[in-house]
Structures are given as structure tokens and as C-alpha cells.
Design a protein around this ligand. Sequence first.
Ligand code: SF4
Length: 386
Amino acid sequence: MPASESPDHIEFRIGTEGKIETIDIKTVEDYSAEDGSLLIKLHQEEKSLKGDTRDQKPRKLDYATAMMPGYVGMKNLPPEEAWALFNYKNAGEEGQTIMAGHINKNSPTLLLPLQAGVCPFDCKECPFALSFEENKAKKTKQIGVEETRILVQQSLEQAKKHNIDVSDIGVSFVGSGDATPNQHLEDIFKMIAKEFPNVRRVRFSTVAGKAHKGRLTPMQTVAKIIDSPEYKGHPQISIQVSAHNTDEDLRAAHVYEQRLSSEEVLSGERGFTVEDAKRMLLPLVEVAKQFGQIVQAQKDKGLKNIRKPTLTFVCTSTTKINLKSLGKRGFNPESTVVQLRPILSDDPKDCMKKEVFFALYHSLRDAQYDVVLMPVSPSGVELKAG
Ligand code: SF4
């Protein structure tokens, strides 16, 4: 519960398993952009109050949250239009105009983190990755209900100050961190459902790591929430899995790229191979099965608007998405939306070529998949938030 509040400073106590911690969260700064996005940086100082605390140094953690504009008309577009949107960053002013036509400032999405400090995964080029040079000395923390409540409250307050309409928003846990190791997803969801009626949609994102023994995966947690008697469909809940590749070796190489290419591993000081990386990920066959369970749970509940889980691919000049492999793993159009995201590079040579995009887009649409585009926002605020 908040113990004291001022517009920029909140202090509260949390008690977990007999341990009491005080946490100060201070809004450090915010940046707003023309497309209606807002980046909010927060700083936390945390101190355990158990035992003698006289010499205790507070643990310092930084968070970033972001309000993003909502998007419209991103799904199942005619191929030429889909390409124009997918490729808008490389198309100068014309591209900016195309993107502007898909922005809806009336229904923004708040991006929230799931780990403070550092993520346990090691995705290519991600600054939150465990093996990212600047993160090596950092500690990580699974963000729980209390922190999330404060992060949502603070972010909404800041958004209102910038005249962003927050009467109908989505929350997406897609900032720094990943849903797999966070054991608080269900409680976080319940808290949001109870305390923030203006949140209409909640989405968790994950690379689908293997859950610790006895714990649920984020997909299983979503199915469990939908199954629970108290869930009546509000807010809508969904999940996004960043698959990156239909080939398990290439997928593991992407999610553990920074560890695999670290000096310790390259010098042989530490053993870590693609096979080790693969063992730490939930096989796509399992992901597909759990996608099916989420859709089935919604049908069993009689929900009208079924939110199919999303399988995301960041597309580069070398990306290959094999439609047969998708089917072999058990994915199907009834329980999977495919999301295509262009690689974030200033060099068009790194980007997927038009003819490759066309072939992929046509094949996915011919196979009846819903295809959603997710280009980077004009302000790029989501990248700064993670
Ligand atoms: S991309 Fe996401 S899952 Fe991967 S290291 Fe970064 S924060 Fe973690």
C-alpha cells in the first residue's frame, strides 16, 4: 500500500513471505513525441526492513514504461498496402504519411516491464539481455503486483499531464524482460482487472522459455485465467510469443545470441552451445499445443471475441519462415495469428526484400492465417522502453 505520495515520488511497503521491503519509486523524467507516445523513466530504491538495516545499502533499479499510440488497420491488408506499411521506415516522407494513417491516439497501449534491471534471456542486440556488457554487474528482480500497480498509476498520471486520453487503454508486458520466469502474472492480471477499469486489454509477451518445474508457462497461465470462474472476458487477455524462426536451432541461436557470442563462450572459458540454448526453450510443438488450449478455453467460456495468440517473427534479409514447419509444429490459422515485424536497421540491405515479403505474405494468407504487421512506431518509443 502506498505510504506517502507526491506527484513524482511514492514510497510504499510490500511484504512477501515474511520479508518487508520499502520501495521508493521516483519519476525521473518523461519524453513525449508527436505521434502521441510518451516514454517514462522511473527509478526505484529498495530496502529490506527485515533484521538490522543500519548498514544496508538500498538496491537501485531503473524502469522504463511507455505509452504508445494505438494502431488501426494492421491486419490482413492487401499485399501492396501491407508492404508499404511494413517498409514505411525506408520510404521517407511517403512512408511516414502511410504510417500516420494507421495511428489511433484514442486507444493507446501502455508498455510495462516484467523484470527490473536485466532480462534472463540473451536475444540478439537487446540492451536488456543478461550478457549485454553493461548489464553484467546488474541484479534482476521479478516485478510483482505492488510494483506494477505503482508503475501503472505513475504512467497514467504522466500520460494525463501530457493530455493523452487514457479512458480506454491496453497494457502490454513487452518492455524489458520476459513473461516466462515471472511467477506473478496471474496476480498482476487480477490486480489490473480489479483496480484499473480503463484497461480493456492485457497482453503478455514471451520468447517461450521452459518454465521451472512445477510452474506454468505464460501460455498456461493465460489459459488458467480464462478458465477461472471469476473471469468474464474483461479485460481481454492475450499472449504473444516471439518465435523469430520456425527452425529450432536458429530460434535458439537468436534468443541466446549474446551468450553464444560472449567472450567467455568463444574463448572456451564457459561451455554453452546452441544445443544447451535449445534445452532452455519450450519446443514450438508445445507452444502450438498451448495456443490451442488458450483458444479452447475462450470457446468453452462462450466468449464472443476470441483473441488468438500471436506468433511473432522479426523479419530480416535472411529470415525464412517455413509454412510447412509451422504446420508440422501444430500451428494452425484457428489458434494462431502471425505477426511480422521488420528488423530495425537503418540499412535497407538488412531488411527483408519486397519479393520475399510478398511470397511470405501470400503464402500465409493463402493458408488462411490472419497476418498482423507491427512496424516500429514513428517515435521508436517502444525500443527505448525495451
Ligand atoms: S528481447 Fe525481450 S526476451 Fe529477449 S533479451 Fe530482450 S527483453 Fe529479454
